[in-house]
Structures are given as structure tokens and as C-alpha cells.
Ligand binder design. Structure first.
Ligand SMILES: [Zn+2]
Ligand SMILES: [Zn+2]
Length: 328
């Protein structure tokens, strides 16, 4: 089968290998689509030992298995079901999930991969294939962060820093949860414009200290973390969704002299998947706006270049554009 090799310095080569072998309690999944993610840019720069790609939808190809022929998403953490976190329903926090799919084990920039059974999330028939990956990082991660914060700040004005896929996904999620108005800041003009089209107050600078009861940091940039901590209102919440290796924040007066909550949220528990499907169903046409390019394996290198320049929102590798369930 063909698969992408991230060989460093932004290079993607297409390799050939044998079909993956599903171990006991795993299935072979034929990839239909795999969405690009900002977190892939680090493996793209540094090179990566396994096939990356972690926002995967595919079709189970495992004759005899109860899910054979079914479209499924891939839940990234290989959770154990035994530890204290799993027992409490917090599957994304599994203490034994050393492997993340697309990170420590082979992911979805390939024609197929082997997936542990407990990581298969069946996709309902009415959800088009190309929109299904939005249920993972874009909707799942954003909605989980908001759910964690809802008890503290149930309504009101919100600010999103960073209008990449997570930020724009968070915008659509916040609107459904009833927050308004939602302001969005991004230095990138294209992303800002899309945020405006989707109903946000688009900002070209962050206005006002202590003004927002709810702030979502979706960029992973130090400057945005600093701005988030200053922009949050007293007794408000900062939700940290963006990720990066290093942090540097200065404790200014605008940060020091107030009570506020800082919520870090990682991915989402499997138990929230049905609710996330409802969020997608309720606003499918606008979520569709985020999937702004679909290319075959040979187009991945160029697509990543466009994505890294901020010219694409949530593009995807699409290996079977005419597969059943894909209405476009
Ligand atoms: Zn991702
Ligand atoms: Zn566990």
C-alpha cells in the first residue's frame, strides 16, 4: 500500500509497503479521509518515524468482524478500559495509553492502518465522510473544553484567540452552547474573514483587558497565551486548547490582580461522541465551510505547504471521494 513518509524539512515522500497486519483485537481500516492538523507541522519539520495523520475516517475491512464494512473514525489514544481514568469515563486521560495513533503508531496518511477495536467510532449514515473527521479534533476537542468550563461561565461574551481549525470549530460550538457575542482574533486575514462569515466579531487586535468571561486560546502561541490571561474577566475562564513545546508568559498586573480559572483540556472522552455528532448535525452546512480542500496522496506535500501558510482551514487527504456516505 502507499503511505506518506515525513522525512523532515517539510518534505513528504510517498512510500510503498505491505498491507498493515491487524493484531488480535485490532481491525484493518481502509482510509477514506484524513484531515490535516496544525500539530502535524512539527513532525513535518522534524521528520517522523511512523506515518503521521490522526484525524482519520475509514472503512473497516475485517471480514467476520461486527464492524466489517462500517465507516469509522479513529479515536487517537489507545485506551485500556482498566485504569482509574478509564473507569471514570475519562478515556482521553487513560494512564496506560502510551500510544497515540498517528504519533507513536502508524496513522492515516496512508491507504490503510491497523486500529485497536476500542478506538473505532462508528460514523452514522447521515454524516458525510468528508465531514466526519471534524467530530474529532475540531468539534470534540473544542466542545470538551467548553463543557468543562460551562459550570463556571454558563453564558455571555467569549473571545477566541486563533482562527485555525480549532478556533473556528470552537466558534461554531460556542454559538450552539449559547455564548454571544463571540469575538475572534487572528493575524491572518483569510481566517479572520471566515470567522466573520461564520458570525463572529472579527478582531485584528485583541481589545480590552479583563473584558471576556470566557477566553479560548486556540493558537498555541505565547503571545496569545499572554493576551488570553490579560483579556479574561475577573472570575472568568481561560480554556487552553492550543499546544506548543515551550511557553513564555509574563505575569503582568492585568494577570496578577484578579481571580480567574485556567482550564486545560485535552481531546475528549469517548462518552461525548454522541453529543458531538448532534453538534455537527445541527450546523452541518457551516461546518462544511471548514473543509476547504481535498486532495489525493500525491497532493499532500503541496496541501501542507498551503496549510502551513494559513491558506487552508481544515483540508484533508481524500482517498475515496466517491465512497458511499460521501454526498459531495
Ligand atoms: Zn489534530
Ligand atoms: Zn486506561
Amino acid at each position: 500500500m502507499r503511505h506518506a513518509v515525513f522525512s523532515g524539512d517539510g518534505r513528504i515522500e510517498i512510500g510503498e509497503s505491505g498491507w498493515p497486519v491487524a493484531a488480535p483485537a485490532e481491525v484493518l481500516l481502509r482510509v477514506l479521509a484524513c484531515s490535516l492538523c496544525g500539530s502535524d507541522l512539527r513532525p513535518l519539520r522534524n521528520g517522523w518515524p511512523v506515518t503521521p495523520g490522526h484525524e482519520i475516517v475509514g472503512r473497516v475491512d475485517q471480514p467476520g468482524h461486527r464492524l466489517h464494512g462500517q465507516r469509522c473514525l479513529v479515536y487517537i489514544p489507545v485506551w485500556c478500559g482498566q485504569c482509574e481514568q478509564c473507569a471514570g469515563g475519562h478515556t482521553q486521560l487513560c494512564e496506560n495509553a502510551t500510544d497515540l495513533i498517528g504519533w507513536q503508531r502508524a496513522g492515516g496518511y496512508a491507504e490503510a492502518l491497523a486500529v485497536p477495536e476500542q478506538c473505532l467510532l462508528p460514523v452514522p449514515d447521515d454524516v458525510p465522510t468528508h465531514l466526519a473527521p471534524l467530530l474529532l479534533d475540531t468539534i470534540g476537542t473544542a466542545a470538551h473544553g467548553v463543557r468543562l468550563s460551562q459550570a463556571l461561565v454558563p453564558a455571555g461574551r467569549a473571545l477566541i484567540l486563533g482562527a485555525g481549525p480549532i478556533g473556528l470549530g470552537a466558534l461554531l460550538v460556542l454559538q450552539q452552547f449559547g455564548y454571544a457575542p463571540v469575538a475572534v482574533f487572528d493575524p491572518n486575514e483569510y481566517r479572520r474573514r471566515v470567522a466573520g462569515e461564520l458570525g463572529a466579531v472579527a478582531l485584528d487586535s485583541v481589545d480590552g483587558r479583563g473584558r471576556y468571561p470566557l477566553v479560548l486560546e486556540c493558537s498555541g502561541k505565547d503571545a496569545a497565551r499572554q493576551a488570553a490571561l490579560e483579556a479574561v474577566a475577573a472570575r472568568g475562564v481561560v480554556i487552553q486548547l492550543g499546544e506548543a513545546d515551550a511557553w513564555q508568559v509574563n505575569e503582568t498586573k492585568a494577570i496578577r490582580r484578579k481571580d480567574f480559572y485556567y482550564v486545560r483540556s485535552f481531546y475528549f472522552p469517548i462518552a461525548e461522541y454522541p453529543m458531538n455528532i448532534e453538534l455537527l448535525r445541527a450546523d452541518m452546512a457551516r461546518f462544511e465551510r471548514l473543509v476547504d480542500a481535498r486532495v489525493p496522496l500525491d497532493g499532500l506535500q503541496e496541501l501542507f505547504a498551503q496549510f502551513a501558510r494559513g491558506e487552508r482551514l481544515k483540508p484533508q487527504l481524500s482517498l475515496a471521494p466517491h465512497d458511499r456516505g460521501d454526498i459531495r
